[in-house]
Design a protein around this ligand. Structure first.
Ligand SMILES: NC(=O)NC1=NC(=O)NC1=O
Length: 173
């Protein structure tokens, strides 16, 4: 899809295409639409990132809370968005054995109890086997550090989803 087509989209079409670039947060696409025309993928994502960065902490934490757990219940019950389903299944997280799934569920619960939002990781960019290790490592971070790290992962997921939609080469990270 070229930027010419993106820039000609009306509001409903734009939110229909780009509404889940930030998981379950169509409001961000609804806000970014008014910043058109966009030069390229980097310009478009810059507006997504600027919206996130301008939010108060409660809003940033709210974005994180819109993310499904990795290998969580939604994944088992088919409640994931298509993007999340593709990302999590691509990382083997929807077909873990019972023991691995239980271990991840315990770590996710401990993380959420400590920080008040779910563990978020751009799983397309990480070694699936490293997820429990990365979760355990980040559990030891401070809440302020972890909010920054988690939002960084949201931005990586955003970049990859935009690259998919614009058929750009996601390798340019
Ligand atoms: N909690 C999460 O990290 N969720 C996700 N990471 C991804 O890359 N896709 C998701 O749904």
């Amino acid at each position: 899809m070229d930027m010419e087509k993106v820039n000609c989209m009306d509001f409903d079409e734009f939110v229909g295409v780009f509404g889940n670039v930030i998981e379950r947060c169509p409001l961000i696409a609804a806000a970014v639409w008014s910043q058109r025309p966009f030069l390229d993928l980097e310009d478009l994502e810059k507006h997504y990132f600027a919206f996130i960065d301008a939010l108060p902490q409660s809003g940033q934490e709210g974005i994180l809370r819109c993310h499904p757990d990795l290998a969580g219940r939604e994944g088992q019950q088919g409640g994931l968005t298509s993007e999340s389903q593709r990302e999590q299944s691509g990382a083997g997280l929807t077909s873990l054995g019972a023991e691995e799934r239980h271990k991840l569920a315990e770590l996710n619960a401990e993380y959420r109890a400590r920080f008040g939002f779910p563990f978020v990781l751009a799983v397309r960019l990480s070694d699936p086997a490293a997820v429990p290790r990365e979760l355990a490592r980040r559990l030891r971070c401070t809440p302020a550090q972890e909010l920054r790290t988690a939002l960084g992962e949201v931005k990586k997921i955003c970049h990859l989803r935009l690259a998919d939609l614009l058929n750009a080469d996601p390798a340019r990270l």
